[in-house]
Design a protein around this ligand. Sequence first.
Ligand code: ADP
Ligand code: MG
Length: 253
Amino acid sequence: PPRGDIILEALRVTRRFGDRPANHEVSLSAEAGSILALIGPNGAGKSTLLDLLSGVDTPSSGAIVFMGDAVTGRGPRHYAELGLCRSFQQACLLPERSVLDNTALGAHLRGTHGIAACAGHADRREEARLLAEATRQLERVGLGDCLHQPAASLPPGRRRLLEIARALAADPCLLLLDEPAAGLRATEKTELAALLHKLRAGGMTILLAEHDRDFVMELADQVLVMDAGAITVRGTPAEVRAHPALRAAYVGS
Ligand code: ADP
Ligand code: MG
């Protein structure tokens, strides 16, 4: 989609667990080629919102619109086929399998054979194509030198890059990342930020939930502050930083 088009919208989305809403009438829109950051304390509802936006979970009410189509309730596989991919707060890599295999699993999401092909039923040409695509994405994130190492052997920062490569292998136009900087060292965060900038420069739209405010303020075009299931403040990083409701929170943080 052309830069600046609205690629993803949430329209008054509510998700209840029991009688407590984890998200209450949340609305947002993401412009193609921009980085949107959701920040807020633990339990604010960020992961729930990413689940709703990626079709992993279905809202109790409200709608999700992706590239102009209502996709509410269609399931994550359908979303991936449309070009929306996400990483999870708890990574689900296959630790014993190679970096390359883990990434090829992502490419399968949009391959013609579906996920079952991972078990080894793919035809040879399709398999070669997926491995070539996975290699290309690993080089793009800077992991071209460890294709054949087991995923578990990577340090946390590089594992995070692997998760992103795996999402990229499905050729998304929108990437949803849940706490991508969590547990990373300062230098690893800098590398991650550089990668996300590079992806945006290539036209990717990125929506990330993040705990680390400094990381987000350097990176995002738009910041959405969530608290108790609702978006309380939104704007550019400078606007959010200057907002009276948040200024106090920044002093001494
Ligand atoms: P965040 O990612 O901002 O830390 P979450 O979206 O994980 O917040 O959680 C928001 C609220 O929803 C929390 O109170 C959490 O306990 C609740 N919640 C999340 N998932 C479930 C679930 N599957 N069942 C019940 N409650 C849930
Ligand atoms: Mg979370």
